[in-house]
Design a binder for this molecule. Structure first.
Ligand SMILES: Cc1cc2nc3c(=O)[nH]c(=O)nc-3n(C[C@H](O)[C@H](O)[C@H](O)COP(=O)(O)OP(=O)(O)OC[C@H]3O[C@@H](n4cnc5c(N)ncnc54)[C@H](O)[C@@H]3O)c2cc1C
Length: 456
């Protein structure tokens, strides 16, 4: 009997891999800060494969971690000595209707859009970077430039097919098994592996106009961002403080969509804004170009090698009432090296009224501000990365003390006590959902929610 036979693996429709590049990839992620070797990688071809993998792991006392595109930053999709379920091959786009589509959870948002756009349709909320998996972003939330209008991606999902931690293949929605539906959305992979999602769609415009506006300071940027969100003149609103070569720049980014084929005049879109007009940029784009605009940054980072460096990002959400002050204080402590030449701090308001995902934690205010340190260190220096990981903890504690919360994708360790504090009044519901759907605590140990994740 070989050593593999001794493990009595089930027969999979897809692949079971015990070594080589698949294991190497599963031991790493986009953060390059944490490395944990799994025992094996399952590449499911069907939802039944996910059931098989989950039951097999549960019977043997192993942990299991679903993995989408591996763009986690701190080992959240890794598992030490357990089974990684690499969902990237389960990526079909099915059953395209007039206002919804069913997609396999390993599909990227790029492939979803490529499937829907030829019919003039788009998911209402797209992440800035489209090479993230549907299952991966639905497990954390999924913020995009249209979140101020439509909430997060988890607010725009109609139905989920899930393999729970105890190996049941179940369908859930706002009408059926709502407890599972409410648990899995932004549930950090703790309750089930999402195998399929039915997503809401809306008509996509053919053309858009993107305005990248420059401000001399944070106050001016925030004043105009709030105005744009309040009067609803733009479909897409974000903003960032750039750290690059030209010194600090404050940028508002808004995009208006064509209606009935017509884009509104610039004068209407820009009315009342106080930007430095000479420093801004206005571009017309197709919807596809708009949705893929992150590609240019990715290409630049790949060409310098910085795409492969460690990425100790910190993603948080600040209360609207104090966001500008806290962000200003923290920005005052950051150097250009803390972010890197291509790094940025994304910062923009979103009203919370459209956000209904129960386990997505936000400050309890009508407006909140994502505040993200999107760091691209210029070199692959582990000591520097470690310093940034330590700094993330210090900054997170400041954000937390000011009523802010973690957007649960960040490059520093998070302990079970941190998670309990993070979920606050929702913690009892989170824990009880774990008892119901993953009583053996098989799923997704890399998040460190119910037991500390092993040291990297
Ligand atoms: C370059 C870049 C740009 C980003 N832009 C945005 C953005 O605009 N908006 C935003 O909200 N976020 C953004 N993020 C964060 C991103 O949404 C999360 O890191 C997301 O989890 C990554 O998806 P993934 O497919 O790579 O997931 P993975 O890293 O593979 O997994 C993330 C977590 O989800 C779990 N998981 C994965 N698949 C499933 C599944 N099918 N069922 C259950 N659990 C699962 C994993 O176990 C893990 O815990 C960005 C990240 C990067 C690196």
């Amino acid at each position: 009997m070989t050593s593999v036979e001794r493990l009595s693996p089930p027969l999979f429709d897809g692949d079971l891999v015990f070594g080589g590049p698949a294991l190497e990839a599963a031991a790493d992620d986009f953060g390059h800060l944490v490395r944990r070797e799994p025992l094996a990688v399952v590449r499911p071809r069907t939802a039944a494969d996910v059931v098989r993998a989950t039951r097999w792991a549960a019977e043997r006392g192993w942990k299991i971690a679903p993995r989408g595109e591996g763009h986690s930053l701190y080992g959240r999709a890794q598992v030490d000595g357990g089974i990684v379920v690499d969902m990237s091959g389960l990526n079909g786009v099915h059953d395209l209707g007039e206002d919804q589509v069913a997609v396999d959870a390993g599909a990227t948002w790029r492939s979803v859009l490529a499937g829907t756009l030829p019919r003039g349709l788009t998911p209402p909320v797209l992440t800035n970077f489209l090479d993230l998996s549907v299952g991966g972003t639905l497990s954390v939330g999924g913020l995009g430039g249209t979140t101020h209008r439509y909430g997060l991606q988890t607010d725009q999902v109609l139905e989920l097919e899930v393999v729970t931690g105890d190996g049941r293949l179940l369908t859930c929605s706002a009408h059926e098994r709502t407890d599972l539906f409410d648990a899995v959305r932004a549930g950090l992979g703790q309750f089930g592996t999402i195998t399929r999602a039915r997503l809401a769609l809306m008509p996509a415009p053919e053309r858009v106009r993107r305005y990248t506006l420059a401000y001399p300071d944070l106050a001016g940027l925030v004043r105009d961002q709030r105005l744009v969100v309040e009067d609803g003149r733009a479909e897409h609103l974000q903003g960032a403080i750039l750290a690059g070569g030209a010194g600090r720049q404050y940028q508002l980014e808004m995009v208006v969509f064509a209606r009935d084929g017509e884009l509104p005049p610039d004068a209407e879109v820009l009315a009342g804004l106080t930007d430095d007009r000479a420093g801004g940029r206005v571009e017309e784009q197709s919807y596809w170009e708009y949705a893929l605009s992150f590609d240019a940054l990715e290409s630049a980072l790949r060409s310098t090698g910085q795409w492969s460096n460690p990425h100790p990002w910190l993603l948080t959400v600040l209360p609207g009432s104090t966001a500008e002050r806290i962000a200003g204080d923290i920005l005052g402590t950051l150097t250009a090296d803390d972010l890197g030449e291509y790094g940025r701090v994304t910062f923009y308001p979103i009203p919370t009224g459209r956000i209904t995902t129960p386990f997505l934690r936000l400050p309890a205010e009508e407006t909140v501000f994502p505040f993200n340190l999107v760091r691209f260190p210029v070199d692959d220096d582990p000591a520097q990365a470690e310093r940034m990981v330590t700094q993330n903890r210090v900054l997170y504690d400041r954000v937390r003390a000011a009523g802010g919360v973690l957007y649960p994708v960040s490059g520093f360790p998070f302990t079970p006590d941190d998670w309990r504090d993070h979920f606050g009044e929702r913690w009892p519901a989170f824990r009880s959902a774990k008892e119901r759907f993953d009583p053996g605590r098989v799923l997704t140990p890399g998040q460190g929610v119910f037991a500390a994740a092993p040291s990297p």
